[in-house]
Unconditional design. Sequence first.
Length: 160
Amino acid sequence: MLSAARAMTDDGAEGEWFDILRRLRKVHPVRKRDLGLINPIPFPTRELILMKRHKPNGFSLLEVIAAVVILAVVAAATVATVAPMRAKSEEKLDQQQAATLNAMTQTYFLEVGRYPSNVWQLVNEGYLSNNTPEERDRINQIERDFSYNRNRGVFTPRNN
């Protein structure tokens, strides 16, 4: 029957073949591979099915580039905002350390009657401790980062 149906389609009797096929499907659903046919669907529908595009998984190159550009803009804005804040915080820290050191020299003056000659005299008298390596490093940093006026007993941050 299938070879006769193929012969009919070759002769141009497509209408009869599709009528037979429709009747067969109503009685018993038939798969294409069972009939041995390439595609019994009419021409426009067949073309639409064959032309249907497969959507790939993942992101396209354009999407990835757009995401990287957005992240770069956000990072640049963050750096531009945070950098001045860090400089201000370091300046404030120096001012606070100077105020603490000045309070120590004033206390020393009230107890001894004169200002200390340098930061190491505050250490020797017990106003600053240097028991650990971190504390010694801090005292060396104070000598580097602050100037001391011995006549007035005032520490001021040095401008680097």
